[in-house]
Write a protein that binds this ligand. Structure first.
Ligand SMILES: Cc1cc2nc3c(=O)[nH]c(=O)nc-3n(C[C@H](O)[C@H](O)[C@H](O)COP(=O)(O)OP(=O)(O)OC[C@H]3O[C@@H](n4cnc5c(N)ncnc54)[C@H](O)[C@@H]3O)c2cc1C
Length: 484
């Protein structure tokens, strides 16, 4: 952000002045907030500028309120950018609201695949458009600041505390949206959070996506046609179709089980019990989702270090294997590893309602539904990889899942939504995180506009606004629309 712009919104010289309350970290009061400059105050402050944070910020700003975003990295984007994840499943089939508007902007930019045609978005386009659209909507972007605690008065967070090159500072707001993925803000504020499976605390495994370039892709696909056992039963004609699509300059993707061929390879750095899922969104390149590590927690820096070191070794081992054994990879090189290992699951808030795997299995409808999801689990657990799916079935996501129990004036959005372990394996998808961001941002903006709180907001007003902005807010509506 321009220094001039920042100064406009600074509470100058406010070194702790007027800050009542106590500093909280990890849910515990640790100090009084003296000598901490308050460098920004907003109506709505979005914490985390990722998959859910971006639509939350834009949707709040569109209600005419003053919005800030705090992001720990040097760019907005979240997983699709920091973990170079290009596969926005269901976007072109089930997406609605601002997600489709965003996809139209991507399409109009003409860089990388067209998400309206398939489902991929070029990660660099995510970074670029998240910034462009946020600035168009008057959102104030604060990069390179990590939220490490909050200041609380009663059940309300009044400020978040950040650490950066500038030391410790605080940002105030009337309403906060926790879109950190890890529920950092709700957790520091003492909200109830859950982790892992109820039975054994198992968190989903992490994967570092990476890109291999300079591949002769038609040659690789021609070779693959001879091995249906690596292609989950896909026959040669399917692979030929992919090849023809690729030759037209379009994106392609495939889930393969090619990792079984390297199971006999003694290289200890090759990941076991995994798959070889790839997308080709740039010429001569595959973006590969195949590395894997279990029993690590994305909120523990020691575990994250272990995960980064292990999965980076795995990426190089996979590339070595491909280069040596697979036709088409002879001249290939690794062209990119991301800045952050992909974390599938950490904290989930305990909200006013916790959506469960039974709700999913039963395709349950809720009166306070604000969006819907497919009934498909995707839990990368070390012991039981659950991919239960009910074709065509959809489940409602209740508004109460966005409200952390015991905290006022706060919403969450993204993968930390209030859900059990298996339900979370579905809800964490990018299309859900994004559409949930629209819900949270709209609710926060309307709450400011009508002088109420996200918990007390008129639900019909919220629903009307979401619908006016083209979000399909329940599975029922979706079924009617698509004639299912
Ligand atoms: C390996 C992997 C594969 C996946 N595959 C798919 C797929 O194929 N299709 C699909 O739809 N989904 C997929 N997902 C899931 C999906 O990408 C994520 O669940 C979703 O993007 C999460 O969105 P979010 O907004 O909750 O978090 P994020 O997108 O991670 O955004 C959180 C943002 O908050 C910032 N932040 C975090 N903590 C702080 C802090 N304390 N202070 C300041 N900023 C902070 C982060 O830097 C980030 O920008 C995959 C995920 C992984 C890891």
């Amino acid at each position: 952000m321009e220094r001039r712009q920042l100064l406009k919104y600074m509470t100058l010289g406010a070194a702790g002045v007027g800050m009542a309350g106590l500093v909280f970290q990890k849910g515990t009061a640790v100090a009084s907030p003296l000598n901490m400059p308050v460098v920004g105050t907003y109506d709505v402050l979005v914490c985390g500028g990722g998959t859910a944070g971006f639509p939350a910020a834009v949707s709040a700003a569109r209600q005419g309120v003053r919005v800030g975003v705090i992001e720990r990295y040097g760019f907005m984007g979240g997983v699709p950018a920091t973990s170079i994840m290009p596969s926005w499943h269901h976007l072109n089939k089930r997406g609605s609201g601002f997600l489709i508007e965003f996809a139209e902007r991507v399409s109009a930019l003409g860089v990388g695949p067209d998400p309206l045609d398939n489902r991929h978005i070029e990660p660099e386009v995510v970074k670029y458009l998240f910034h462009e659209i946020s600035m168009e909507e008057g959102v104030h972007i604060h990069l390179h600041e990590m939220i490490v605690g909050v200041i609380k008065a009663g059940n309300r967070v009044t400020h978040v505390i950040t650490e950066s090159k500038a030391g410790r500072r605080a940002y105030g707001a009337k309403i906060f949206i926790d879109a950190t993925g890890d529920a950092d803000v709700a957790y520091h504020a003492g909200a109830g959070v859950m982790k892992g499976d109820a039975e054994d605390d198992t968190l989903q495994g992490m994967s570092l996506r990476f890109r291999i370039g300079y591949i002769d892709i038609p040659k690789y696909l021609d070779w693959l046609k001879g091995y249906p056992q690596y292609c989950r039963g896909r026959k040669a004609d399917h692979i030929e179709k992919l090849k023809q699509r690729y030759l037209k300059g379009l994106d392609i993707h495939m889930g393969t089980d090619m990792s079984n061929i390297w199971d006999s390879d003694p290289d200890p750095e090759l990941p076991r019990n995994t798959y070889f899922v790839w997308a080709s969104i740039r010429p001569n390149e595959l973006s590969i989702n195949s590395t894997r590590i279990y029993n690590v927690d994305g909120t523990d820096p020691d575990d994250l270090t272990k995960a980064e070191l292990t999965t980076r070794k795995q990426a190089w081992a996979i590339w070595r294997y491909c280069k040596k054994h697979i036709p088409g990879f002879e001249r290939s090189i690794i062209v990119e590893t991301p800045c952050h290992v992909g974390v599938r699951e950490t904290r989930r808030i305990r909200g006013d309602y916790v959506i469960t795997h039974e709700d999913y299995r039963n395709a349950r409808a809720f009166e306070d539904s604000v969006m819907f999801d497919n009934v498909t689990f995707d839990s990368h657990d070390s012991k039981k990889y659950d991919t239960f799916s009910r074709r065509g079935a959809v489940v409602d996501i209740p508004y109460r899942c966005f409200l952390p129990k015991g905290l006022d004036d706060m919403l969450v959005a993204g993968r930390c939504l209030s859900s059990d372990h298996l339900a979370n394996s579905a809800i964490r998808g990018m299309w859900n995180s994004f559409q949930g961001g629209q819900v949270a941002g709209t609710s926060a903006g309307l709450s400011i506009k009508y002088g109420t709180t996200p918990r007390d907001i008129s639900f019909s007003k919220l629903l009307d606004t979401l619908k006016k902005n083209n979000l399909v807010t329940s599975g029922d509506m979706h079924m009617k629309k698509s004639g299912q």
